[in-house]
Design a protein around this ligand. Sequence first.
Ligand code: FER
Length: 399
Amino acid sequence: MKKLIICALMLAAGTAGYAQQALFGGASVKSPEINADKTVTFRFVAPKAVTVQVTGDFLPTQKVKMGNFEMDVPGKADLVEKNGVWEYTTPTPVAPEMYTYSFVVDGQNMTDPSNVYMNRDVATVSNLLYVDGNETIDLYKVQDVPHGTVSKIWYHSAAENKDRRLTVYTPAGYETSGKKYPVLYLLHGIGGDEEAWYTQGRSTQILDNLIAAGKATPMIVVMTNGNLAMEAAPGEGSEGLTVPSMGLPKTMEGSFEAAFPEIVNFVDKTFRTQANKKGRAIAGLSMGGFHSCNISREYPTMFNYVGLFSAALGVTDPSISPIYQNADEKLNVQFNAKNRPALYYIAIGDTDFLYKANTEYRAKLDQLGYPYTYLETDGGHIWRNWRKYLADFAPKIFK
Ligand code: FER
């Protein structure tokens, strides 16, 4: 009888998931399962579903036309049903990487209820899949090394008359060393926010691991929010639980670039920084690469290291902001003998929809005799590449 009562209580607790701690939940199947041969099995319980598919960046990509661009999107694979459980095992081992995936159930994208590890990228939630086995994936994992500290810190933007949030990484030992550190400003893409590099970008793990291995100089990393219409990432500002979206009004119209010095001033006042050009780097992905290009050109004495990762170059009409005007003259000042950055770094994947724009920009730098370092990888406009670029760029700065 006592057992029956406990069982009944557990059942009630398990279904009444809102009023209390979810003590009795959990998955009824294992998914994903990484098999001994490094194939991966996905499972989903849905006795009444008609089709179940899995989609994710571990699958070969498909080309899809979006506006003027041809984009690579993750492919899909069909799960097969047996006794109400749908299942798919990859035909070959999955290469070591950090992947994201989701299910498509009767045409609707949804997360895997058996996998608690999730990630939001702009407006899409997906599950995480880690496949171990090489140095790249090791760099993205929390290792048994000294760890830095991550702060969610608010600065006052006089330009926007509001408080805005930054994610700031200080390296292991910062609290007690008394030393001054160089600063890398690390910028996200369109629709992203100050959490993007911290979550799927794995920036803090990459920095912890590179610094511990002696490959990168201990540095502060400041991850900004590049949309001035927002105070902070969705759900983290006084706007409340807003619906994330792309193309917000103050993203690629010059005001973020124009107001960037107020962030640098705040960081120099708040943290022990090497507050000069030699101690500053700026890098970003896609829209953040566009911002890094514009900010470093507008303020040519501010940054000694510039990283353009899959940068969205040449996509904005110069007439909308003075920031985008007289770009050639400003670039000439940025690259004169006094200001020339110690490193101007460009990286892109060979199937990125921005490949052509980057090739044209490099041709222009070549023609003008402005030196840069170039990394070309395979693949498109994806986080797998941006993590790689950060891991390649960080050891090259502050040397
Ligand atoms: C565009 C191409 C790319 C554009 C923005 C981007 C506003 C940014 C992409 C990203 O940040 O991922 O034409 O126009």
